[in-house]
Design a protein around this ligand. Sequence first.
Ligand code: PGA
Length: 238
Amino acid sequence: MSKYLIANWKANKDYSQTQLWIKNFKNQLIANSAQDKLNQAEWQVILAPSFPLLWPAAMALHREELKVQLATQDLSHQTAGSFTGSVAADNLKGLSISYVILGHSERRRFFAETDEQVAQKVKLALQAGYTPVLCLDVEYLDTQAALLSPAERQACVVAYEPWGAISTATANAQSANPQEILPVLNQIKQVYQPKAVIYGGSVDENNINDYLAICDGALIGSASLDEAKFAKLLAQAS
Ligand code: PGA
């Protein structure tokens, strides 16, 4: 089974910072003797920049010959059409995107996304051939599941992200205790039977292996913004 390391840049970085990150990431991988990991089927390394940076990132990754896949951080719950400002699944065709992060707690909290909308996004993503990285917290684990078919649940990579563990959510956010989150990870496995279960919330190069020991990967926010940190995390991951 593959392990997923997903860099969620959120609404950070611009065009030139993206180019620089990718160039430096390659150098840092070489410095940490970790460049081969990108070519191993065991590791799925995925970068999720904001929408306008997806294509520049795709070009730069191609130029640097880095086998890093791309994810969006969201998708519209509407189809393509007259929905000004939306990004629909069909708009992404041909842009070398494999994954879509959906239902992140920041989308649910700051943009009032509902379980219904997130379920609709999952359906549209799957129809378009993308793998959803469905983000969940305990309070909507079951209600979200009820809006998806068994096949849809099974096609997702599910990311368990306790709100209080997200590094920027509160002033004193801390990564969750791996032993304490085990029951939730098991509950997700039972209810969703997903492709993979990953964890997100203050994961960095020092604690990555604590989570890889109990689940299939991590969604990494702050620690992915610095290419040296993210390369180190990849080097440490086992
Ligand atoms: P963090 O973010 O790694 O900065 O805690 C994780 C996330 O929100 O996906």
